[in-house]
Design a protein around this ligand. Structure first.
Ligand code: GDP
Length: 443
């Protein structure tokens, strides 16, 4: 995330962690490293100096709490001050009305359309019936893009590419989707003049009366984000901001800090082009990951959720980590995926282990559901002994689960490839820190 910025900050923290003596000189050196990284990421120079001063003052004057080494104390201070730089923990998006109307605004190219797809997916996963209305009359392709993005996830999109009146489209969409939980309105991101664009936003806002207005900002513009946030919020009351494209450019750091400075809450961030590359923005979680401290907190939270529902047995995790992997473990893994997000995403959160082997197959949610249905029709023996599933068993399982023989065969093939991939993963991590971590968290 954030490309070079993340790398250099993580390097600094690692260097700090490796030092034996931590004195004033070390503190100053660490601060210099951080300054350099942040300035390169286009963080406003005043903010950088403010941050350096706080770190220096605290590091040199505060006594470490009992049981905390001076080094740990400084790591903590850097972490805390960096968290302050990107803002306070925003309130989550609360859908407390039906239909809950969300107005999306932002300049063309900011990633608005993609982000609408991502948010609709996010809400759908929470069980909310979501629909989209495209009022962009300037870029007729926007409607097609939205349809394409959401086709796979079955989210309806309303639009009239021929109609030049965005207010009319908005009203029709409102009527059409009035029974939905959430309606998201896409708007134009370009006009001949910016003034007209802002006017249109204002009119749409008056007509739709949104429960939330979200501004999308391209993270790669760095600290210019501040001006953009100001310009939009002057014409339309902006409730929250989504900063996109934080996957590549270091400048995202500048954008995040600039937006945080305006006081507007950043609720989500975009971290890639795919629908899944989207997350709730949490400054603490974000900074701990940026500093290479691993996203331990988010993993913890997810694991807690799972523990509550008691869906994953510790045995299954153990089995995966030690290389035993039968259909039973795969079934358990699928159930776990439903709760933690795709495996790749889970793995990304574990420090030092950020890539699944390349040949690990991709399982779409739809497929996972089908596979789970198939596995429900298997006997205990079959789950433990996948190799015994041959012709007649395949037929019986297909019949029992209402699927075709080919589906069962596909599942078995998926199992084989995954097993191979899991073997590599297990070997690397058996008894290692990742194994311990997973076990601890999934208990
Ligand atoms: P719009 O004009 O604001 O509706 O922007 P689009 O949604 O069409 O996005 C513009 C480009 O940015 C597209 O190529 C997207 O794939 C890309 N994009 C959007 N969000 C992200 C992101 O979080 N990361 C990356 N790398 N690309 C993104």
């Amino acid at each position: 995330m954030l490309g070079k910025l993340g790398k250099s900050l993580a390097k600094t923290m690692k260097k700090l962690a490796g030092m034996t003596i931590v004195d004033e000189e070390v503190v100053k050196e660490v601060i210099k490293d951080i300054q350099r990284a942040l300035i390169q990421a286009d963080v406003n120079i005043k903010l950088v100096f403010k941050l350096s001063k706080s770190i220096e003052e605290r590091a040199l004057n505060e006594e470490p709490p009992k049981g905390v080494t001076p080094k740990e104390h400084i790591i903590r201070i850097v972490y805390e001050e960096m968290v302050k730089l990107v803002g306070e923990t925003p309130k989550p998006l609360k859908i407390d009305k039906k239909p809950y109307k969300i107005l999306f605004i932002g300049l063309q190219g900011s990633g608005k359309t993609t982000t609408i797809g991502k948010l609709s997916r996010h809400l759908q996963k929470k069980g909310l019936n979501t629909a989209i209305v495209c009022t962009d009359t300037w870029r007729p392709a926007a409607f097609d893009q939205l349809k394409q993005l959401t086709q796979e996830i079955n989210i309806p999109v309303y639009g009239e590419p021929e109609n030049k009146n965005p207010l009319e489209i908005a009203n029709k969409g409102l009527e059409k989707f009035k029974d939905y939980d959430v309606i998201i309105f896409d708007t134009a991101g370009r006009h001949k003049e910016e003034k007209h664009l802002l006017e249109e936003m204002e009119q749409l806002s008056t007509a739709i009366k949104p429960d939330e207005t979200i501004l999308v900002i391209d993270g790669t513009i760095g600290q210019q984000a501040k001006e953009q946030a100001r310009a939009f919020s002057q014409s339309t009351p902006v409730g929250s901001i989504i900063v996109t494209k934080l996957d590549g450019s270091a400048k995202g750091g500048g954008a995040l800090s600039a937006v945080a400075e305006t006081g507007a809450p950043i609720k989500f961030i975009g971290t890639g082009e795919k629908l899944e590359d989207f997350e709730v923005f949490d400054p603490e979680r974000f900074i701990s990951r940026l500093l290479g401290m691993g996203d331990i907190r988010s993993l913890l939270e997810k694991a807690e959720e799972i523990a509550e529902e008691q869906e994953v047995s510790e045995e299954a995790v153990d089995a995966i980590l030690t290389g035993r992997f039968t259909l039973r473990e795969m079934k358990s893994q699928f159930e776990m995926m439903g709760k933690m997000g795709p495996l790749q995403q889970v793995i990304n959160m574990i420090p030092g282990l950020d890539k699944l082997p390349k040949n690990a197959p991709d399982a779409t949610e739809e497929k996972i559901k089908k596979y789970l249905t198939i596995m429900d029709s298997m006997t205990e023996y079959e789950l433990d002994h996948p190799e015994a599933i041959k012709h007649s068993r395949i037929k019986r399982i297909a019949r029992g689960s209402g699927t075709r023989n080919e589906d069962v065969k596909e599942l078995l093939k998926y199992y084989k490839v995954t097993k191979k991939a899991m073997k590599g993963l297990g070997r690397r991590n058996r008894g290692g820190p990742m194994g311990q971590l997973m076990r601890q968290f999934l208990r």
